[in-house]
Write a protein that binds this ligand. Sequence first.
Ligand code: C2E
Ligand code: CA
Ligand code: CA
Ligand code: CA
Length: 288
Amino acid sequence: LERNADLAMYEAKFGNHGTHAFTPILNQALSARRELEGEMASALEHGGFELHYQPQCDREGRVAGFEALLRFTHPTLGVVPPSRLIPIAEESQMIIPLGTWVLREACRQNRQWQLEGHPPVRVAVNISSMQFAREDFADRVAEVLEETGLSPVFLELELTESVVVKDFAESTQQLQRLKRLGVSIAIDDFGTGYSSLNYLNRLPIDRLKIDRSFIQVLHEPNSTLPILEAIISMAKNMELGVVGEGVETEEQRSMLCLKGCDLLQGYLFSRPVQANRAAALLQAETLY
Ligand code: C2E
Ligand code: CA
Ligand code: CA
Ligand code: CA
């Protein structure tokens, strides 16, 4: 079925005249994909996925939280990036159990850091649209918090703009259920969708994560600085926190701080790292 669907899509794009010539290549790609899907299913069952953690720093450079990012090392292919993993997981429905695993592992790890005596911080978990669309999603979150013993104030869920504005009435209900649990909500990749801040203002959210694409070009002529200023000042008026994503240079850091951004995340501070290295970052005075 998957092969037929992909073939149909392929033919729609290129016409079916040349299909014969392309079929072997297509088959190769599909079998590689199926193989990876198999490896992922087995990794989910027997262990093999890992989370890395990237710090979000306050204006002084202290770690205020981590974003949990999925990692998978394939026995022969090596490290497979989430940009490849997530679409496969979504198409195969694996994203539901995998997403729950990510949530549980991030909460378990954060609780463990607290039990080890590290200063308590938030952990932010990326949520796929398919997870968010499930009516029982808030129940899953409640179960994970209960199982791991993590207080909801130390969990943040990251949702993209397009996910929350898709069905406004449904999303509002879902977000309200989540807010009742006491977790916080961040809007990921902010600025890349088409929603207005005014629209978002009617949703119970806590934080905006300004997409890396706005921050990358801050120091170029005709830069996105006016957009950045507008986003930050409107977010402040709505009492939302603001995170700058993909901060790589000192110029970007100082500009974001000057404009009033609360939290900064990016390679300038740290790449995503394994849990034990993340714990060491919690002990640092500042990361810059
Ligand atoms: P995202 O949520 O926007 O995550 C930020 C991505 O930017 C991460 O890529 C991170 O490693 C990268 N990044 C952080 N700082 C910098 C920087 O300074 N410069 C540059 N060039 N990149 C930076 P990663 O880990 O490859 O993840 C890619 C995307 O995959 C994520 O984008 C997110 O949408 C998705 N993803 C990752 N983990 C999960 C997960 O557990 N569940 C779901 N549903 N999606 C996930
Ligand atoms: Ca994210
Ligand atoms: Ca993002
Ligand atoms: Ca992104």
